[in-house]
Ligand binder design. Structure first.
Ligand code: PEP
Ligand code: MN
Length: 449
């Protein structure tokens, strides 16, 4: 560890070290970890404060119902898949979903990847046993490797540096694609892939034609389309590994505030949101816009205490609650939270994660989700917010731009046997490209009322 400066000490950036931190790897060599975090502490930031402040303003708008957040990407990014085409497919999928949402609901969409840093995972058990052999659980590429050998599974701090470098490379692709004309709305057709025989693609093609027609009309009226050339896109990940997040935190000389420069938006997971825990303490002290995942056991008091700890000034856009209740529970578990937050009065941006409360094991043994359950949770989220007079502000999904078969259902009707065709995720099942588009069309309809 590098010695904290006086300003860092005054901001309490290391106070979390005295608190219990769940879900941290057991690094085998403390000195090696110290050398790595010292290198990261001297490395350039991946994102800068002005971008994070911009995002806070965007999320504030989403909290007021003036924009909608679309946040998506892998459950766990892998180093091996940090390839230009895979990254581009994911960005295109998000852009296509955003087009569908913007077109359907006439609402600005805040685009955010679960990307360029989503390399660390909380796990339900510390170890995994196969054929009588017990090894540390896979905790994401930033900690250890997935292959089931002792050598691969022992946490290696050098992976933190690799994660930083691969995040930087991924972010370079995101920035080049979204600033360099690749995301220009006049290319909506080009982002479509596959056969328009498929209902989701055919429907997208129709949307793209309508957008084209509108653009030609506006061009004929003399509109200036320079603004379409570039698209604003943010990156986010779960702030799980505190050694990494702390090392990338910098005090902004202009404002005197600390920013965690590993990503624009960081969230605290359902398993690490303890009020007296290290994650809440650390993220309370950085100025990024942050999120907290809330599962079905969250009490109204928990939610209120999190608001007071994480956003004492009541800054709009600073705090997002990402609910992940499960389709069966959303309609009963969410209303008391929304009512309590409403009575408290400070702003919260509400986002639905319809994935993590709906994970099941298929008869064939795969960890999967039913598309219909996922959709039903989103529907429940909208119903509850409409009934409570609050704002459904966004959607958080696990997706990929590729044609994997990990989630059951959708218009391709992926069934139990179909899962085996292309099940590639190392952790949680993701919507494939088509299922993502189908989801966007459904959510656009929910947003229209
Ligand atoms: C995740 O987002 O991959 C995750 C582990 O979610 P949660 O913290 O909601 O369980
Ligand atoms: Mn997940």
């Amino acid at each position: 560890m590098t010695m904290p400066t006086d300003t860092e000490a005054a901001l309490g950036l290391d106070d979390y070290r005295a608190l219990a931190a769940r879900q941290q790897p057991t690094w085998p060599d403390a000195e090696a970890l110290g050398r790595v975090t010292a290198r990261l502490a001297a490395a350039p930031p991946l994102v800068v404060p002005s971008e994070m402040d911009q995002l806070t303003a965007r999320l504030a708008a989403a909290g007021r119902g003036e924009a909608f957040l679309l946040q998506g990407g892998d459950c766990a990014e892998t180093f091996a898949e940090a390839q230009a085409d895979r990254i581009r497919n994911k960005i295109r999928t998000l852009l296509q979903m955003a087009v569908v949402l913007t077109h359907g609901a006439s609402m600005p969409v805040v685009k955010m990847g679960r990307m360029a840093g989503q390399y660390a995972k909380p796990r339900s058990t510390d170890t995994e046993t196969r054929d009588g052999v017990t090894l540390p659980a896979y905790r994401g590429d930033m900690v250890n490797a997935h292959a089931f050998t002792r050598e691969d599974r022992v946490p290696d701090p050098e992976r933190l540096v690799a994660g930083y470098e691969i995040s930087a490379a991924t972010l370079a692709v995101v920035r080049a694609f979204t600033a360099g004309g690749g995301a220009d709305l006049r290319r909506v057709h080009e982002w479509n892939r596959g056969f328009t025989r498929n209902p989701a693609y055919a429907r997208y093609e129709r949307t793209a034609r309508e957008i084209d027609r509108a653009i030609r009309f506006m061009a004929a009226c003399g509109a200036d389309f320079d603004a379409l050339q570039s698209v604003e896109m943010f990156v986010s990940h779960e702030a799980l590994l505190l050694d990494y997040e702390r090392a990338l935190t910098r005090v902004d000389t202009r404002s005197g505030r600390a920013y965690d420069t590993s990503g624009h938006f960081l969230w605290i997971g359902e398993r690490t949101r303890q009020l007296d825990g290290a994650h809440v303490d650390f993220l309370a002290r950085v100025a990024n816009p942050i999120g907290v995942k809330l599962g079905p056991t969250t009490s109204p008091d928990d939610a209120l205490a999190l608001m007071d700890r994480l956003n004492p000034a009541g800054t709009p856009g600073r705090l997002t609650f990402i609910t992940r209740m499960g389709a069966a529970q959303i309609r009963t578990a969410l209303p008391p939270l929304v009512a309590a937050v409403h009575a408290h009065g400070a702003p919260v941006t509400w986002v639905t994660d319809p994935m993590h409360g709906n994970t099941i094991t298929s008869a064939s043994g795969y960890k999967t989700r039913r598309f219909d359950d996922v959709l039903d949770e989103v529907r429940g989220f909208f119903e509850v917010h409409h009934a409570e007079g609050s704002v459904p502000g966004g959607l958080h999904v696990e997706l990929t731009g590729d044609d994997v078969t990990e989630v059951l259902g959708g218009s391709e009707e992926i069934d139990d046997d179909g899962l085996a065709l292309r099940y590639e995720t190392l952790v949680d099942p993701r919507l494939n490209h088509q299922q993502s588009l189908e989801m966007a069309f459904q959510v656009a309809e929910m947003l229209q009322r």
